[in-house]
Design a binder for this molecule. Structure first.
Ligand code: ARG
Length: 445
């Protein structure tokens, strides 16, 4: 590591600050730099991105490289290959989603893949980024099914030497989806399978898919921000609007994350949004994580109380009174496995659950833990009420979730599932008169 790096880093951190807060950016930079150099990220780039968004891709990769981060780039060339085959008058045939690779197909494919690899490496080098094209020696294969698929490889082992060598020489490894048999026969590997095998061998912190749409889309064509496999997978898979390509992608991601550590995550984003996705809490794209369990406790467990109080105090930047729990009648609490999100529910007026405290760290919000907590809360409490200050940053979101909201004594009181106007009036009175538990008690939820 040379002397200019801290200088470069501080400049870049400043730049990143323009994306969100530079504190956020610095936090992620630290996280990404903490893992071993070649384990930061695997980035899968489809042929379409190489064709249409090469400049954005190179800019994003150059940026990471300047920060001292070495993502491993794995690229396909599907679209270029389709075109080249069409030009050569060879019909593209697929079998179970895999390209049937006859010798004629391979004769066309190999130079196309070499050319695409060189195009990316050259573009990076022109941008002042050291890069190394790796066309051989990474994936050792045998025939997946020689009869039907021809020269399609099934990955037997992944050799990381060349990748590590590139990284320690300060170069970004740019890996093609080609493998060889032990005897040296070149084979074509499906890009998604190559990604999975590389990811399992490297066990990176981040796995990134760059796509033209920049994320997984919901039924209205909007990017889904975060998916927790534990909480959302079953529901998502069952949606009729989720088209089969996306369904398959989601299943592949689930299988890929399975053996990795819970801190690993997949981001689906576009080349132009990659920096924002990586260095802000909210990101820009779809973040998929295994997700963590959110547990229900019938009371505040003694051994969790202190951690819960610290979470509240640091998140709201206020102090709780030592006696804040006196006079509270807890119905129970939700607590995320990692301790980064919690909700305390009291038995409120008329026995209706009162949401007394809800807290999610900003970083966990980006992961979608807030949404997961809210879902758990809604399932547990079909009726509930709570209050917040009108200037609470979450107020617009509360407004969307609630059935009713009333202003009273400087508070906005929200209810869900309360039909009777009389009861609603009682709940509003009750909520607005409650003790906040904070020292000074001037504001806070
Ligand atoms: N920057 C963080 C990461 O890359 C969080 C990204 C959040 N992204 C999202 N689409 N919700 O892991």
């Amino acid at each position: 590591m040379n002397d200019v790096r801290p200088l470069v880093q501080s400049t870049v951190v400043e730049l990143l600050g323009q994306l969100g807060s530079s504190r956020e950016a610095r936090q992620y930079l630290e996280q990404f730099s903490r893992v071993n150099e070649s384990r930061f990220a695997v980035i899968k780039v489809g042929g379409g991105i190489l064709a249409d968004q090469l400049d954005e891709l190179v800019a994003a990769l150059a940026f990471l490289h300047r920060l001292g981060l070495y993502p491993i780039v794995l690229h396909g060339a599907g679209r270029q290959l389709d075109d080249a085959l069409a030009d050569a008058g060879i019909e593209t045939r697929k079998h179970d989603g895999l390209r049937v690779t006859t010798e004629d197909v391979m004769a066309v494919a190999r130079p196309v893949i070499y050319r695409e690899n060189a195009r990316l490496v050259d573009a990076l080098e022109r941008h002042g980024v050291r890069a190394r094209g790796l066309l051989h020696g990474v994936f050792e294969c045998d025939f997946a099914d020689r009869e039907t698929l021809g020269l399609v490889g099934r990955v037997q082992s992944v050799d990381l030497d060349a990748i590590r060598g590139a990284v320690s020489a300060g170069a970004l490894p740019v890996v093609a989806c080609l493998g060889e048999s032990r005897a040296g026969q070149v084979m074509n590997i499906n890009a998604d399978i190559a990604t999975r095998e590389l990811v399992w061998a490297i066990r990176p912190y981040k796995i990134i898919f760059l796509t033209p749409t920049g994320g997984l889309l919901d039924e209205d064509g909007r990017v889904i921000s975060a998916i927790s496999l534990t909480h959302d997978f079953q529901t998502l898979i069952a949606q009729d609007w989720l088209h089969s390509g996306m369904q398959l992608k989601l299943e592949q991601i689930r299988d890929m994350l399975e053996p990795l550590s819970p801190s690993a995550s997949v981001s689906i984003t576009s080349a132009a949004k990659l920096t924002r996705e990586l260095f802000t809490h909210t990101g820009a794209g779809t973040l998929v994580r295994k997700g963590e369990r959110i547990e229900w406790f019938d009371a505040i467990p003694d051994d969790r109380r202190e951690a819960f109080e610290t979470l509240l105090e640091t998140s709201f930047d206020r102090r709780l009174r030592p006696d804040w729990l006196d006079g509270r009648d807890p119905l129970g609490m939700f607590l995320a496995e990692s301790g980064r999100a919690a909700a305390l529910i009291l038995t409120g007026c008329d026995g209706v659950p009162y949401l007394d405290k809800i807290v999610v760290t900003p970083e966990a919000r980006g992961e979608g833990l807030g949404a997961a907590l809210w879902q758990a809360l809604r399932a547990k409490c079909p009726t509930m009420y709570w209050r917040a200050r009108a200037n609470n940053p979450i107020a617009p979101w509360y407004f969307q979730q609630a059935d009713t909201c009333d202003r009273r004594a400087g508070w906005v009181v929200y209810t869900i599932g309360i039909e009777s106007p009389d009861q609603r009036a009682r709940l509003v009175d009750d909520a607005s008169a409650r003790d906040s538990g904070w020292v000074e008690g001037a504001s806070g939820a």
